[in-house]
Design a protein. Sequence first.
Length: 472
Amino acid sequence: MAVHHGADGRADPRRGTLSVNPFHAVADPAEAMETVPPVDRLPDGPMPSETTYELVRDELMLDGNARLNLATFVTTWMEPRAEALMAECSAKNMIDKDEYPRTAELERRCVAMLADLWHAPDPQRAVGCSTTGSSEACMLAGLALKRRWTRRNADRFRTGARPNLVMGVNVQVCWEKFCNFWEVEPRVVPMEGERFHLDPQRAAELCDENTIGVVGILGSTFDGSYEPVEELCAALDALQERTGLDVPVHVDGASGAMVAPFLDPGLVWDFRLERVASINTSGHKYGLVYPGVGWALWRDAESLPEELVFRVNYLGGEMPTFALNFSRPGAQVAAQYYTFLRLGRTGFRAVQQAARDVARSLAERIAALGDFRMLTWGDQLPVFAFTTTSDVTAYNVFDVSRRLREHGWLVPAYTFPANRQDLSVLRVVCRNGFTADLADLLLDSLERSLPELRRQPGPLERDEQKATGFHH
């Protein structure tokens, strides 16, 4: 979440108020001329709803078009029926399971469906919960890993042993936050050469008696590739045979856990691997729901320490809760259940396959332009990353991102982390709603930008601090 300051600090006194179009007045246009609401403090009195709506709407027009935002993994389109259902449920507080028992039941059913989808040994014994997104789900999974380690190493923990978590340098920033907030040492496997994610053997080498777990990512945000979770578990099995260390794995399936079960059913990454203790996913990414829902699941009740689960008497009933957020709307949970019912396995397979087909086709056509080298091709997550070829000297990826923005497209450009800071790339996320027709338009925008880019004397933007962000 961004930290905002109260005022923007500009000297222009006009920036302290909003201008109202006379026609926004309910009946008398002249009335609106007298309406000058302040920006940084509450108005002295109320305004007509129509005027207020138009003021806010006008400001929001300057936001990017969500459908053309190819940086975000977040769902930007849902069916009208799903939107109507969410509107009907927006006032329901998800935490109040006593007052809204059917919403709580839909949450339970979603957990059971995911446990079955991810091959929990006994889906009825798997435990899980909804969250506000995959980041909160990762925090909860990390807390469970730390608490299990603390219980096994109580004496050593009391004498100052510091727990650590092993992960690739490509993890989403929520894992860095987890280590910072809960005082866990991050042990990071850097990128090397053309390997842009965690190496199983390197990860095992970083483990010791203080390791609470290893994070494997099913779908890296840097390039869309799956990390080899099965190989990771095998390396940790070998470590246990040599040393006796039993290190659990958490699979961060923020995106891939809702793609791989349908498009890569033969890929073993989930609870079929005994070392996988927990999995998270984001319902608002390839779970196809608008922002605001994630899921965390544990293999069984033993994998989630009971002392982390609070049983709260709230508004007339006792209910268990494991969450960082308390009150939150039930609309997204209802929408997730709607989507599960609406699509089923066959429907999800069709939607995700369409996204992958668009990604692979677009990647191939971008490669055919001759100016770009593909790092990935969209054949795992429907996501691909590419950079300029070595003989392109007139422009760089940041120039491409800026030119595409002039056409309305939001395509992030960024530099890779250690040990590949020399590599800067563009990344395209293909989601449901980004159709083959839109892909054609994106390619057309890129092709029309190339002649002018090629005529540049050199890259116009070399300040990597201005690289496009990608926090989703």
